[in-house]
Design a protein around this ligand. Sequence first.
Ligand code: NAP
Ligand code: GDD
Length: 338
Amino acid sequence: MSKTAVITGITGQDGSHLADLLLEKGYTVIGLTRRTSTEPPSRMRKHLWDKVIQFSGDVTDSYSVESLLKQYQPDEFYNLAAQSHVGTSWKQPEETTKVDYLGVLNILKGIQLISPHTKFYQASTSEMFGKVKDEYQSETSRFYPRSPYAVAKLAAYWLTVNYRESYDIFACSGILFNHEGPRRGRDFVTRKITDHVAKYKLGLTKDPLQLGNLNSMRDWGYAPEFVEAMWRILQQDTPQDFVIGTGESHSVRDFVEAAYKAIDVDVEWSGENETEKGARSDNGEIIVEVNKDFFRPAEVELLRADASKAKEVLGWEPTVTFSRLVEIMVENDIEELS
Ligand code: NAP
Ligand code: GDD
C-alpha cells in the first residue's frame, strides 16, 4: 500500500517541490490549502491540481488540523506552512507568531491525541542562529534569533523537541539554510534580483533595482535538493534534527554581480560608503540603488552551514553551485517573461 503524507505550505516553494518528490516516490499526497478570496480554489501550482488531494484548512485553526488527522491518519506530516518572510515578521508579528508557533502546537497536539504513529517534520530555519558566534553553524551552535519570525520558529523548534521527548512522537526538525530556485517568491532577495535582471535584459525596465543591505551573507542552496533532505530525515530509525546547507556563504552584492554576469553585464560599485553603495553597469547606467526601506530593524549578518551530520547520517550532499543556482534562476526568469 502506498504511504500517505500531508504537506502544509504546499502552495509555497518547498511544498511544491516536496509534493513532486513524494508523488514520484508513489506517495498519496494531501495538501492543506487555505481558501483564497481572489484565486479559488487555491494557489497550488497547476501541475499538482489533479495529483494532490486538497484539504481545505489553516494551521492556526485546530479544528481543521484535527479533522485532517482524523480523516487521513497519515504516515508522514511535513509542516512547511509559515509566514516565512523575515522582513514582514516585524510588520505582522502576531500573525507570524500564530502561524509559525501556534500552528505547530496545533499539529503536535493533534498528532499526540489523534494519530501518534504519524512522523512529523518541522521546517526549522538557520534564522534561529541569528547573531552567530560560530563561523559555521551546526546542530550544536548557539541560537540567538533576531526577528519575530526567528523567535517564533525557535519556539516551534523547542516544542518539536519537547513533544518528541515527552510523548515519544517521531518529531524532527530540519534546520534549513536559505534555498532558492525558479519557484521562489519574488519578495525574497534572490528572486527579486533575478526577476529584475531578466526584465533589464529583455528591455522591460530601465529603473535601478532597489535593494536594502548588500552586505549580508547567506548560504544559498538549490531548493529541489533540499526537499530530498526533508524526506530522508523522516526515513531514519530514530527522530533527530539536522542542519541542511551548502557550507558556502555569499553576500547579496555577490548575488547581484553573479546575476548580471549571467547576462554578460559587468557591475561597477560606486557611492560614498559600503552601506550606500549602488552600482553602475559597464556602459554607465545606474542599475542598483540602496534603498533604506528594505533595511530591517535587526539584521542577521552571516549564515554558513556545517552540514556534516546530514552528509554522514543521511548521505545528503548538495551538488548545485552558487553560480549555477544564479544562472538557473536568471534563465528561468528570462524564459518566463519572454
Ligand atoms: P513560502 O514559499 O513562503 O510558502 C509558505 C507556505 O505556507 C504557503 O504555501 C502558504 O500558503 C502557507 N501558509 C501560510 N500561512 C498558513 C496558514 N495559516 N495555514 C496554512 N498554510 C499557511 O515558504 P518556503 O520558502 O516554501 O518555505 C517553506 C517552509 O520552510 C517555511 O516554514 C519556511 O519558514 C521554512 N524555511 C524556508 C527556507 C527557505 O530558504 N526557503 C529556509 C528555512 C526554513 P498560502 O499560499 O495560502 O499563503
Ligand atoms: N527580501 C529582501 N529584499 N531582502 C533584502 C533586500 C530586499 O530588497 N535587500 C537586501 N536584502 C537582504 C536581507 O536584509 C537579508 O539579509 C538577505 O537579503 C536575505 O533576505 P531574504 O531573501 O528575504 O531571506 P532571509 O535570509 O531573510 O530569509 C529566508 O531564509 C531563511 C533561512 O535562513 C526565508 O526563506 C526564511 O523563511 C528562511 O527561514
